[in-house]
Design a protein around this ligand. Structure first.
Ligand code: FE2
Ligand code: FE2
Length: 312
């Protein structure tokens, strides 16, 4: 039993497992810092999936056709599933699901700042699929190799579904771009609103990201924020050209020397302000989640009562 080994042996075993690029599993001893970091990262990710259902859920009843409604319903349902896999992964580290939800609705744990922006037209559904799910894929593909086994395995499944999300968004936009002038304007206007917040999804610049070094050493993070942001910019430009839209950044241009696109400065004050709770929809998102939690109380109570009855 590993639990009876002295702490320094356990620590050595943990470090060696990471060193060999093997997975840490729920049965393994982990340093407290690793446990806390993983719970924070997984919870924040789970909350983002659940809160992320709201901006798009806003359009389910107003989808322009049965086909679009079916696609959007499936997509939003997938996000609920992602939240569930991730809360389960957090539970394997000893986190309590109800406690995580409390922390979300009391503002003690965060979710991705992107979901605090409103969805003003149906083109936003397409742009979220293309850019927001696209940025999520850039962030999440390397997490399939995260050192924490349950998280890495959840990410493999999530990434497969995210790739469907990205494609449905791109296909929706392509259809709109083949439509009327008004539809093309809607797409461009939505791209203008979502481009910069999408770049913020990779987190603060490396110089301002104090947790990055430790997370890279623990292999819970495989690339820095700036590396992933650059990858996303490079990947998105040919896609924008294929669609026939532009990004709202006059500094965007190919840099042959670097072999990458240069891009303008992200407004980090806006990012910090949204994270602090002052984005356009923060209060609405959390209030909606709180209401859903309260409305569902009787279901949880009934399920527990039923389980207790069956167990006795
Ligand atoms: Fe997702
Ligand atoms: Fe998604």
């Amino acid at each position: 039993m590993t639990a009876t080994l002295p702490e320094e042996d356990l620590e050595r075993h943990f470090e060696a497992t990471i060193e060999r690029d093997q997975r840490i599993e729920p049965r393994d001893w982990v340093p407290e810092g690793y446990r806390k970091t993983m719970i924070r990262q997984i919870a924040q990710h789970a909350h983002s999936e659940i809160i992320g259902m709201q901006p798009e859920g806003n359009w389910i009843t107003r989808a322009p056709s049965l086909r679009r409604k079916a696609i959007l319903l499936a997509k939003v349902q997938d996000e609920a599933g992602h939240g569930l896999y991730l809360y389960s992964a957090a539970a394997t580290l000893g986190a309590d699901r109800a406690d995580l939800t409390d922390k979300l609705i009391n503002g003690k744990q965060k979710y991705s700042s992107i979901f605090n922006y409103p969805t003003l037209t149906f083109a936003d559904v397409g742009v979220i699929g293309w850019l927001v799910d696209g940025a999520a894929i850039c962030n999440q593909v390397p997490l399939c190799r995260s050192s924490y086994g349950p998280y890495a395995r959840a990410m493999i499944r999530i990434c497969k579904e995210e790739s469907f999300h990205q494609r449905q968004g791109f296909e929706l936009l392509m259809t709109m771009m083949r439509g009327t002038e008004k539809q093309r304007e809607m797409v461009q206007e939505a791209v203008n609103r979502w481009w910069w917040p999408s770049l913020m999804m990779f987190g603060p610049p490396d110089a301002d990201s104090p947790n990055t070094a430790q997370s890279m050493a623990w292999k819970v993070k495989r690339h820095t924020n700036d590396e992933l942001r650059q990858r996303f910019v490079d990947m998105s430009i040919p896609q924008a050209e294929a669609l026939g839209v532009t990004f709202p950044d006059p500094d965007l241009k190919w840099n042959a020397e670097r072999g990458h696109y240069d891009f303008g400065a992200v407004d980090w004050d806006e990012f910090k302000n949204v994270l602090k709770g002052n984005g356009p929809c923060n209060a609405q998102r959390v209030a909606h989640r709180r209401r859903a939690q309260e409305d569902g109380a009787w279901v949880r109570e009934a399920a527990s009562a039923h389980a207790a009855k069956k167990g006795s």
